[in-house]
Design a protein around this ligand. Structure first.
Ligand code: KG4
Ligand code: ZN
Length: 333
């Protein structure tokens, strides 16, 4: 039996979780609102907010788990990729905590953690078996991964420019909807017609993606329409959101479907912040029904950044005895 404390601070969420083996006991997330008025994450403000949040967040996670600090066996932390100033807060905290309790440290890769979130054990809930394919879509990454085991992830395709989350956030910014744009577009799209407007998707070889062209075509389309009617966005907001969301999400799903068919995969998953998107969630379930695939869609608390996923990745490393050197620096990419 192991008790693991996990810390996540790679971007703008400060999070701590406690796991008993692969069971989650607590998962506390403090999201930073300070960035909203700037339309994106301001690194300096993010690291300051992590400094303020880290102690109370860890404290709450330990209390909610109903455990005693001295029973913790190891501390897992996100080493990277992420913003340096943000990572440093979590990394330094994890190191001091482990040193104070004289327990080992486990370094975790943030992207692996997103994928491994599907292995967090809960009642009445299956976990994937290998091999399975995962569409990892966040604000910084877009990858089609084939998992051979918990740590061997083959990259079958990825974006050659912007990440899917970045593209959807930029579309929201063009419409002046606020930040982060993904959840706002998702909400407004519910009232709109996804076939109202069409935006071309690029022809990219293999299972790779490209999103910068979609963003540009959306920008130029709106620029032309706004010349004719300055209220065009206001009048068509829901339809614009539904259409751009369909364009991006169906592009993601089309390539993922092709990749999974080519490898004769029977189990598929989505992970990362964009996996909170309702079009994508419905889309993967639909693919599952069509091809008789078993699908894994994360619950909302495991979509965006959280320490529970760091804890589960940490647990599998703990089983392998893979501990980190206390002198390890964070890495940004
Ligand atoms: O994984 P994450 O929290 O942070 C990174 O590691 O990047 O992902 C954040 C991204 C943002 O681009 C955000 O707009 C997007 O996830 N996102 C969504 C939704 N919720 C979050 N995108 C579309 N629909 C959503 N419901
Ligand atoms: Zn993330």
């Amino acid at each position: 039996m192991s008790l693991i404390l996990a810390i996540e601070s790679s971007c703008d969420d400060t999070s701590a979780a406690v796991l008993r083996d692969d069971y989650l006991l607590s998962n506390v997330i403090a999201s930073q609102k300070v960035h909203e008025k700037y339309g994106g994450v301001v690194p300096e403000l993010a690291s300051r907010a992590h400094q303020q949040n880290i102690v109370p967040v860890v404290d709450t996670a330990i209390k909610e788990a109903g455990i005693d600090k001295k029973d913790i066996d190891a501390v897992a932390f996100t080493r990277g990729p992420g913003l340096l100033g943000s990572l440093l807060v979590g990394v330094s905290f994890a190191k001091s905590f482990a040193q104070a309790l004289n327990i080992p440290l486990i370094e975790v890769n943030h992207l692996q953690a997103h994928v491994l979130s599907h292995f967090i054990r809960r009642q009445e809930c299956d976990v994937p078996t290998f091999p399975f394919m995962c569409l990892l879509v966040s604000g910084g990454h877009t990858q089609i991964l084939l998992l051979h085991n918990h740590f061997e992830m083959e990259v079958l395709g990825q974006t050659i420019d912007d990440a899917a989350g970045e593209a959807i956030d930029k579309a929201a910014k063009i419409m002046d909807l606020g930040y982060p744009g993904g959840p706002i577009i998702d909400r407004l799209a519910k009232e709109g017609n996804p076939d109202a407007f069409q935006f071309a998707t690029p022809q990219i070889a293999g299972y790779n993606y490209s999103f910068s062209g979609i963003k540009t075509s959306f920008l130029y389309f709106l620029r032309d329409r706004l010349k004719e009617d300055p209220d065009f966005i206001q009048k068509n907001k829901a339809d614009l959101c539904a259409s751009i969301q369909k364009c991006i999400m169906s592009f993601l799903l089309r390539k993922f479907e092709k990749a999974a068919l080519s490898r004769r995969i029977r189990q598929v998953a989505i992970a990362g912040g964009v996996s909170a998107n309702s079009y994508l969630r419905n889309g993967i379930e639909e693919l599952g029904r069509k091809h008789h695939w078993k699908t894994f869609v994360p619950t909302m608390q495991f979509c965006t950044d959280n320490a529970a996923m760091v804890g589960i990745a940490g647990y599998y490393k703990y089983l392998r005895g893979e501990f980190a050197d206390p002198a390890l620096p964070p890495y940004t990419n």
